[in-house]
Design a protein around this ligand. Structure first.
Ligand code: C2E
Ligand code: CA
Ligand code: CA
Length: 607
């Protein structure tokens, strides 16, 4: 029995046992009352409770929301507006309550208003991000949503407008966008943005069938600014260059920093040759005189590679690559200049790439062997030394001249791995010959320019010798003369320390570099090798005879032993003898030999 009925019965004079309660009709009536009561009770209580609860909840949500809320009636007149709405738009609700809301029609673009009206009619709702101009100096970004509530006849009963102020979020998003697209140091577009710009430029030039130009600019010897004056000055140089090239380029050009000391200029619509040359020369000219950077007056020069659209490529990657190759060719031919991209550059770059890949493979597979070329005393024909020369046995590059492989290895930085292989193979060979009881003259190893700068050079050589229990006097080091063009403290230290350990030094390819005997004197080298190019025409060219004979005389006065390399004829050998040359190396006496052949020769000499 329902609780309320029970309570009522308790209060009344009717007892539960009264017979009147036991009639059939009465019981039916009671059940009916009970059912009615239960349903109505529940509904009644629930409805009143929920309504009360909801209205106070809605009220507090409405008032305390950080979201601006406006409620309009069926006639589009404002019936409610919360505080947040007043704050976001800096308006007073008193000016709007009971009136038509003209605020959005005054501030939103007509196109957006049309879109909102259409959406409300068809879907009953609209939302989107809009820019609202509050006054001449203040724009805010809001997320706006409109929702309509309809009655049973589908007529709009209310419109609810909600507004989220996104201005702060928008600002930080913009800032993040800026950081992701601009270079922090120079404040110009970074690599990512440059690619985007270039893509856009290409698309637009494709449409308009116009021509464009891409300049790849690299600061010459930038590393030296960092090394000699410190990184803050290096940074200032980058900022200076960025500003300068920006000030020279046209307003519509895009100047950006690609990476490190590399900049790009994207110049659309360069339809005449004259414009192209003028712009490039303007850039080079303004770096002609020294510039004050911090406390220093610095000479800054640039190498510029030029690629043209559509001639040299029609994608950002191809164009940048072409301009890069052109820039690289400027670096190779002396810097501080510019060059246009050519197909030949591309061929060289492709060969460069495939050789580099094969060399790395060869290093992994140890696809190298050594040959030994003996050097003979002019006086008694005995072997006074041996030069070790590298050969690569890797199938795809075994026919590429070793000098080319060495150059690519130097430029790509893998020369150290190759030199280590050579050093260890020589030491192992010397150890084997030692075990056989052979007397082996000093073996000359060619040191590359790059290695001379290597801080670990002395340690690496010393380590290899110790492993095979060899004396440093067994290994002579050959340094090409041109290596001294970029000689510095590290080079000097390396040479001096290796000399202290007992290594002898010979200066290779003499005559091809600066030919300065004073340098040789400072370093107290032991031997001087006259370059093959002076020997080639020795028999026929008087001039070469004069040079070679004078060089031999001077070198000997400085206490150096003189070796002539690349001697192929008896005439050359006879002249060298007359001039007083000490040692001869060349095909006339012996080609470079495989280890077993060299071993035989050494054995023959023992007897
Ligand atoms: P290089 O140091 O001037 O070596 C002498 C080159 O002249 C060798 O060429 C040798 O085979 C060649 N040669 C010797 N006598 C004659 C001759 O009578 N006629 C002719 N036509 N050539 C002769 P190779 O072996 O091709 O080496 C070329 C260059 O590669 C070397 O010039 C050297 O600079 C470099 N190289 C070779 N092996 C190594 C190495 O292990 N390490 C480094 N860093 N460079 C190496
Ligand atoms: Ca050599
Ligand atoms: Ca040489």
């Amino acid at each position: 029995m329902h609780k309320l009925l029970k309570d009522q019965l308790k209060k009344s004079s009717i007892k539960k046992s009264d017979s009147c309660l036991k009639t059939k009709e009465f019981k039916k009536l009671i059940t009916l009352i009970e059912e009615t009561y239960e349903v109505n009770d529940a509904l009644f209580f629930a409805e009143t409770y929920q309504e009360k609860k909801n209205s106070s909840l809605l009220e507090s949500i409405f008032n305390e929301s950080i979201e601006g809320i406006i409620i309009q009636d069926t006639n589009n007149k404002v019936i409610r507006m919360n505080d947040a709405m007043q704050n976001i738009f800096n308006i007073s609700k008193n000016n709007y309550l009971g009136k038509h809301l003209n605020f959005f029609s005054e501030t939103l673009p007509a196109k957006v208003q049309k879109e909102i009206n259409r959406a409300l009619q068809t879907k009953g709702s609209w939302q989107g991000e809009v820019e609202v101009e509050l006054n001449a100096s203040q724009i805010i970004y809001v997320w706006l949503s409109f929702n309509t509530l309809r009655d049973r006849k589908n007529k709009i009963r209310n419109t609810i407008i909600r507004v989220n102020n996104m201005t702060k979020m928008y600002a930080s998003k913009q800032k993040m966008k800026y950081i992701a697209s601009y270079d922090k140091l120079t404040d110009i577009p970074n690599r990512a943005l440059l690619f985007k710009h270039l893509k856009k430029s290409i698309a637009s030039m494709q449409r308009t069938r116009s021509n464009g130009m891409l300049l790849f600019i690299d600061i010459d010897h930038f590393k030296e600014f960092n090394d000699n004056y410190g990184h803050p000055i290096g940074d200032k140089v980058l900022q200076f260059v960025a500003k300068r090239i920006q000030s020279i380029s046209r307003e519509e050009d895009i100047v950006g920093r690609l990476s490190g000391d590399e900049f790009l200029i994207i110049a659309d619509n360069m339809n005449d040759q004259y414009g192209i040359y003028t712009m490039i020369h303007k850039i080079l000219d303004c770096f002609k005189s020294p510039h004050q950077i911090g406390d220093y007056l610095l000479n800054i020069s640039l190498s510029i590679g030029v690629a043209l659209y559509p001639k040299d490529g029609d994608t950002p990657e191809i164009l940048i690559n072409a301009a890069d190759q052109a820039m690289y060719s400027v670096k190779k031919s002396g810097r501080n200049n510019y060059a246009f991209y050519t197909q030949r550059m591309s061929d060289v770059a492709n060969e460069y790439y495939s050789v580099h890949t094969a060399l790395k493979d060869a290093i992994n597979l140890q696809d190298f062997t050594l040959v030994y070329q003996p050097q003979f005393s002019v006086k008694n024909n005995s072997i006074t030394g041996v030069e070790v020369l590298l050969r690569c046995t890797h199938a795809s590059i075994k026919d590429v001249p070793i000098q080319r492989l060495i150059n690519i290895a130097e430029e790509t930085g893998i020369i150290h791995n190759i030199s280590n292989i050579v050093l260890n193979m020589v030491c192992m060979q010397l150890y084997k010959w030692g075990m056989l009881g052979l007397t082996v003259p000093p073996i000359a190893i060619n040191l590359s320019r790059k290695e001379l700068h290597e801080k670990k050079l002395v340690y690496t050589i010393h380590n290899a010798l110790t492993r095979y229990n060899l004396d440093p006097s067994h290994i002579e080091l050959e340094i090409t003369e041109s290596a001294f063009l970029h000689e510095n403290n590290d080079v000097q230290k390396n040479i001096q320390n290796l000399q202290k350990l007992g290594h002898t030094f010979s200066i290779d390819d003499y005559g091809t570099g600066f030919s300065s005997l004073s340098n040789i004197k400072t370093f107290s080298f032991d031997k001087l090798k006259i370059d093959k190019s002076f020997i080639d025409n020795l028999a026929s060219e008087k001039e070469d005879q004069v040079i070679v004979s004078a060089t031999i005389t001077m070198a000997k006065k400085l206490g150096l032993q003189v070796i002539a390399e690349g001697v192929e004829t008896i005439e050359q050998a006879n002249l060298l003898k007359i001039f007083g040359c000490d040692v001869i190396q060349g095909y006339l006496y012996s080609r470079p030999l495989v280890p077993s052949a060299m071993e035989k020769l050494l054995l023959a000499q023992e007897v």
